[in-house]
Ligand binder design. Structure first.
Ligand SMILES: [Mn+2]
Length: 313
């Protein structure tokens, strides 16, 4: 890892970087020096807002030829990053356990609820202090990756509590960092309403799986469908550069062993699509023009398999 301090290093996040990716990248600067933070296609709206408010510059669409080394954070495979990286000069810090980086120069993959926690542990071991802005971003990252703390374990809460105490932070400050403007964004509201309007659903016993089509704000649309009454919500969206299906499951299903990340990964097997993610929040990405109906059908089948395999009480 010390190699990363020499020459130019790019701290690289996955496309559509979420607050966990952004915060982990910010923290990683303490490990490798104040190098560029980059992302191929841009970040999701909440991360863009966080980066603006915390004044963190992010290079969108970096040229890999400009850098000597790459430190990838919060990404379980090259597919998530979207750039072809020289394996012998690439290092990875992550919390997903998908084994997608076998031949790189170094990986540090620790099963935690967020990448932030993995980087914080390294910093703690080395006695490195972070700034208050980084602490705010870290809590936002943990919050985002735990579905607003719904899936947080005792370790993530301990970390959050420690940061809140050490840096005198209250959660309302963290949430205002994440939702002050885009929360009221008219296009988000329209996406949520259209998502409900176009919704269809199927039943698997008592479990309602809702699915719909939108062009953006998939995570937000999924959450609204869960609030409407679905137990699992899927959104299909097709954009110029990418088509994808996003999914969210209610926490009780995750506790029973349902894993959407695994379901999407299986649905993507043998196709050009890339599937995976967390148990309660996951997705599948593919090229525009791909057979999304087929992919949705396969995803639904894999989700139903997860449901029949679970430990329902
Ligand atoms: Mn993450």
């Amino acid at each position: 890892m010390d190699r990363l301090k020499e020459g130019r290093t790019l701290i690289l996040m996955h496309t559509g970087a979420d607050p966990d990716a952004l915060a982990a990248a910010m923290l990683a600067r303490h490990l490798v020096g104040d190098h560029d933070i980059g992302v191929k296609d841009g970040m999701i709206a909440v991360s863009v807002q966080m980066a603006e408010m915390l004044e963190v510059p992010v290079v969108v669409g970096p040229a890999t030829s400009d850098y000597d080394h790459f430190l990838v954070v919060d990404s379980s495979s090259e597919g998530m990053v979207g750039l072809e990286l020289p394996r012998d000069r690439t290092f990875v810090i992550d919390h997903h356990n998908d084994g997608g980086w076998e031949d790189v120069a170094g990986t540090l993959t620790v099963p935690r609820t967020s990448s932030v926690e993995v980087v914080l542990e390294i910093l703690d071991e080395n006695g490195i202090e972070i700034t208050r802005e980084e602490a705010l971003a870290s809590i936002a990252g943990i919050s985002a990756d735990t579905g607003r703390f719904r899936f947080g374990d005792h370790e993530s809460f301990a970390t959050v509590a420690r940061l809140m105490q050490r840096y005198d932070i209250d959660l309302s400050e963290v949430f205002s960092l994440m939702e002050s403007e885009h929360y009221y964004d008219p296009s988000r509201k329209i996406a949520n309403v259209k998502g409900a309007q176009r919704m269809d659903f199927r039943r698997a016993g008592d479990v309602i799986i809702a699915f719909t089509r939108v062009s953006s704000f998939e995570g937000s649309v999924c959450r609204s469908l869960l609030m409407v009454g679905a137990d699992i919500a899927l959104t299909v969206s097709e954009q110029k550069k990418e088509a994808r299906i996003s999914g969210r499951a209610k926490p009780y299903l995750v506790r029973q062993g349902v894993n959407l990340g695994r379901a999407f990964q299986r649905a993507a097997e043998g196709t050009d699509a890339n599937g995976g993610g967390h148990a309660g929040a996951a997705g599948i990405k593919t090229a525009p023009g791909a057979d999304l109906d087929r992919l949705l059908k396969d995803s639904l089948e894999e989700i139903e398999r997860e449901l029949s395999d679970r430990n329902a009480e």
